[in-house]
Write a protein that binds this ligand. Sequence first.
Ligand SMILES: Nc1ncnc2c1ncn2[C@@H]1O[C@H](COP(=O)(O)OP(=O)(O)OP(=O)(O)O)[C@@H](O)[C@H]1O
Ligand SMILES: O=P(O)(O)OC[C@H]1O[C@H](OP(=O)(O)O)[C@H](O)[C@@H]1O
Length: 181
Amino acid sequence: MTHGRLIAVVGPSGVGKDSVIDGLCRVRPALHRVRRVITRDADAGGEDFDARSQDDFEEMVAQGLFCLDWAAHGLRYGIRSNVLTRLARGEDCIVNLSRAVLAEAAHLAPDFVVLALTASPKVLQERLAGRARETEAEIAARLARDAACVPADLNVMSVSNDGPLDDTVMRVLAGIYPARG
Ligand SMILES: Nc1ncnc2c1ncn2[C@@H]1O[C@H](COP(=O)(O)OP(=O)(O)OP(=O)(O)O)[C@@H](O)[C@H]1O
Ligand SMILES: O=P(O)(O)OC[C@H]1O[C@H](OP(=O)(O)O)[C@H](O)[C@@H]1O
């Protein structure tokens, strides 16, 4: 059976990673959205995630429950190893990742695709302020974050999300599911 693709969505905070993933999964219900484990308050809003305390998270790491974990914005993030079973069954999976873990993530699947979203600094600022999930200071720190570059040897699709969300979703779909024939 063909191995599923692992699609990693990356880009600066506020660029629209979760929104684009939601849009893609609505149009393509067979695309599996990977639910992240995060040491963030359960009622923080935004994406659907598994909230864990710092101690519980580190216990999960110690038990080997994650195939990938990282730290950013003072939080810990993990991807459960069961995504590997889905990929082996041939399911395409999509996940919001840190750019810093792409090289490691590329080893998880033979078919690894990076969707790198971009938007102008002004748009990022407006979106983070509009989302109201973080304080002003946290938003400033997110905008100032000096993130790792996307490794040049990966299969990267770079797409602007400066415009309407539906347009971005349609362009991404055309890129990852090109019409055959
Ligand atoms: N194309 C778009 N047009 C207008 N608003 C958008 C667009 N894409 C996303 N947004 C809005 O911008 C805000 C940030 O989007 P989202 O939470 O998806 O970003 P993110 O990249 O996942 O951010 P983070 O990494 O901080 O979690 C949300 O309020 C979302 O509704
Ligand atoms: O800047 P880099 O390292 O690429 O990404 C860091 C982290 O920022 C975002 O976190 P969240 O979704 O806002 O919690 C991403 O999802 C990633 O986990």
